[in-house]
Write a protein that binds this ligand. Sequence first.
Ligand code: FES
Length: 118
Amino acid sequence: MENLMPTGMRTLCRVTDIPENGAKGFPGADGAFTGLVAVRQGDNVYVYENACPHIGTPLDWTPDRFLSVDGRHLICATHGAEFTIATGACISGPCRGDRLTPVDVVIRDGSIHVLGDG
Ligand code: FES
């Protein structure tokens, strides 16, 4: 079968590798300082750079722990900022009004791919 995936894309994982209404972290690509976080809600997957807009630290305090207890928001472990999952907008905390950096995603054949070095 012909591989139609554009060059310059990085495969993160299968959609089903992320729990429903869960999140998963990924290290930066070779040479990249910042990793990524992917959140799955049903068939939708949202990917952001794993860096808080406040001072740039990773959001998770332990691997793959990114979400609020109710699973409705991404949370920064450093100072508790909350972000909407679908937009990355900070809705409370020291960077309120700022937002996470989104990463373009392609889902093909059940796998999540991101553009660039991600
Ligand atoms: S570093 Fe995220 S809220 Fe301060």
